[in-house]
Design a protein around this ligand. Structure first.
Ligand code: HEM
Length: 124
């Protein structure tokens, strides 16, 4: 397996882990099981790291265009928005039915879509 495919596979697996643990926590509700909650947070950091590594890997060395930078920046923003809304949802005394909870049910899909689009358009 080349390092490019390794990075993309690690990104996909980390995303799957984050989604699976997220759905599980939604079903269980508060208090979230520590193991699943920790896995969810750690895997979300792995997603962010491998998004950047994957984009670097698929770029064959050409100078990135404004469109490529814009989509990657939006993908990173979507990730950060997902992480911060996740932080609000999990804060003590906060309900998952509030604004942060509703956003945390939408921003993950935006993050996947923008991450996948970044990989496609950065590919040389
Ligand atoms: C890459 C970043 C992340 C992604 C893609 C993500 C994705 C998800 C998904 C898909 C769900 C299930 C939502 C649903 O029921 O439809 C979820 C739930 C949840 N996430 Fe995340 N998440 C991320 C980061 C975080 C972080 C950093 C935290 C905490 C600091 C967090 C805390 C939570 C909590 C507490 C729930 C359960 C909410 C509930 O009770 O309904 N998430 N997440």
């Amino acid at each position: 397996m080349t390092s490019t495919w390794f990075h993309i596979a690690a990104l996909a697996i980390a995303f799957l882990l984050v989604f699976a643990s997220g759905y599980r926590m939604s079903r269980i509700g508060k208090p979230y099981p520590t193991g699943i909650f920790t896995a969810h947070k750690l895997a979300s950091l792995v997603v962010l790291a491998f998004l950047v590594l994957s984009v670097r890997s698929v770029n064959g060395g050409s100078y990135p265009t404004v469109l490529e930078w814009t989509v990657l920046t939006l993908a990173v923003f979507a990730m950060l928005a997902t992480m911060s809304t996740g932080g609000f949802v999990s804060a003590p005394g906060r309900s998952s039915q509030g604004l942060a909870g509703r956003l945390h049910r939408v921003t993950p899909y935006l993050a996947v879509l923008l991450a996948a689009t970044s990989l496609v358009i950065w590919w040389d």
